[in-house]
Design a protein around this ligand. Structure first.
Ligand code: NDP
Length: 345
């Protein structure tokens, strides 16, 4: 099932997960490749992005976006090539970034997609990572909400992932002292040796809270929250007055069936927010900062192509492997931005 030239393979939501997703929650099917009508394009997926938010879409509850319905194609960002065009603005062979989901082929009317141009064409999957949605998230979440100043201590969790790895590197460019929190010694070593963080703490170490305290002798000025749970509890004890906490994600509870007890519950949290005059702000990058995409792309594009920002991709071959790979992402098995290579160009 390497790639398909004759049918459209796709993954649907078969049932809603209770806790961690399992393979039975996904249904595989093949259907004929659709034909574009006037004003439409037929796109073939080259790369599919897998991201933690997909877990939320599998639930019935409405969040910032509508939930998937049973039988829907699973949503996802894609890099695709135009294979047929009845649209005046697109030609066969154009490469676009869009949101066409877990399938080989999709029809589009040209809305909500962008043509890739310039050096990114030589590394197209970047449009789903450092130069795409995760990059936008890291850039504005840190700069606009975290507002880091030179010399301040910035802590970021999921530190070697798509978002966290960029947050820490941008904070270093801004002159901050950066501490990552990641799962396991290999990821921590990478954060320091390759990404250039000052320290990295393993959240699987029983002594994590004490190690974080030792790594942050001046307390924490900015905490970029990606995970929640016990990591957040450890951070909360160390925040300085006036700390800023961009709440980007809470992956440790995405598979939870009930909320954990403990200080990350709202009452203790509110007490600390008040006494430390913290600024805690949630954000959805595409909704809050999508209109400033060019500002991000100019700055990040320059850093990436000048080699000032390093990125790592965790690429799995084959659309057939998407469900297992998403399950692994939610367990921390990925190391870098998770991409499914669906087809060769
Ligand atoms: P990552 O590439 O960082 O992958 C997820 C990582 O989360 C895993 O590799 C694992 O890293 C870590 N993780 C998983 N479970 C736990 C746990 N129980 N405790 C601690 N860490 C855990 O994903 P992204 O960079 O794409 O996303 C990071 C966060 O940002 C997510 O919460 C996501 O939902 C959020 N996000 C929010 C956006 C917004 O607009 N607000 C946009 C994009 C992402 P490790 O092995 O190091 O623990």
């Amino acid at each position: 099932m390497a790639q398909s030239n004759t049918v459209n393979r796709r993954w649907l939501l078969a049932s809603r997960p209770h806790g961690a997703p399992v393979l039975d929650n996904f249904k595989y099917e093949t259907v004929p490749i659709p034909e574009p009508a006037d004003g439409e394009l037929l796109l073939r997926t080259i790369y599919l992005s897998l991201d933690p938010y997909m877990r939320g879409r599998m639930n019935a509850a409405e969040s910032y976006a509508a939930p998937l319905q049973i039988g829907d194609v699973i949503v996802g960002g894609t890099v695709s090539v135009v294979v047929k065009s009845n649209h005046p603005n697109y030609a066969v062979g154009d490469t676009v970034v869009g949101y066409l989901g877990w399938q080989d082929y999709a029809i589009s009317n040209g809305k909500f997609m962008e043509k890739l141009k310039g050096p990114i064409l030589n590394h197209q999957s970047l449009a789903l990572g450092a130069l795409g949605m995760p990059g936008l998230t890291a850039y504005f979440g840190l700069i606009d909400i975290g507002n880091p100043k030179p010399g301040e201590t910035v802590v970021v969790s999921a530190a070697t992932g798509a978002v966290g790895s960029l947050v820490g590197q941008i904070a270093k460019i801004k002159g901050c002292y950066v501490v990552g929190i990641a799962g396991g010694p290999e990821k921590c070593r990478y954060a320091v040796e390759t990404l250039g963080f000052d320290k990295c703490i393993d959240h699987k170490d029983d002594n994590m809270a004490q190690l974080l305290k030792e790594a942050c002798p001046k307390g924490i000025d900015v905490y970029f929250e990606n995970v929640g749970g016990k990591v957040f509890n450890a951070v909360l004890d160390l925040v300085n007055t006036g700390a800023r906490i961009p709440i980007c994600g809470l992956i440790s509870v995405y598979n939870a069936t009930s909320y954990p007890v403990g200080p990350d519950r709202i009452s203790a949290y509110n007490g600390k927010i008040l006494s430390k005059r913290m600024r805690v702000q949630g954000f959805i990058s595409t909704m809050d900062y999508g209109h400033r995409y060019k500002e991000f792309a100019d700055a990040m594009g320059q850093w990436v192509f000048e080699g000032k920002i390093t990125y790592r991709e965790d690429v799995t071959d084959g659309l057939e492997n998407a469900p297992q790979t998403l399950i692994g992402l939610l367990e921390g098995k990925n190391f870098g931005k998770v991409i499914i290579k669906v087809a060769d160009k």
